[in-house]
Design a binder for this molecule. Structure first.
Ligand code: FES
Length: 65
């Protein structure tokens, strides 16, 4: 499903961006930066945040055993 009509970005693209980076993504701007584009009108920001909130939390590796 297309989430951002300005950049033609789907929910699948957003989940792919989250899975392809080691950085934690918290906002539409961070996701779009990762995808090589920018937020334009901003109507999609709430939908992007909702998709980010659906992602499982990342494990934090402390380096200790
Ligand atoms: S719909 Fe995403 S920036 Fe316009």
């Amino acid at each position: 499903m297309i989430v951002c009509s300005c950049n033609i970005i789907s929910d699948h693209d957003i989940r792919g961006a989250v899975g392809s980076t080691d950085d934690e993504l918290f906002s539409a701007a961070q996701v779009y930066d990762c995808l090589g584009c920018t937020v334009r009108c901003g109507r999609c920001s709430q939908s992007v945040r909702r998709i980010l909130e659906e992602q499982p939390p990342r494990c934090v590796q402390t380096g200790t055993f």
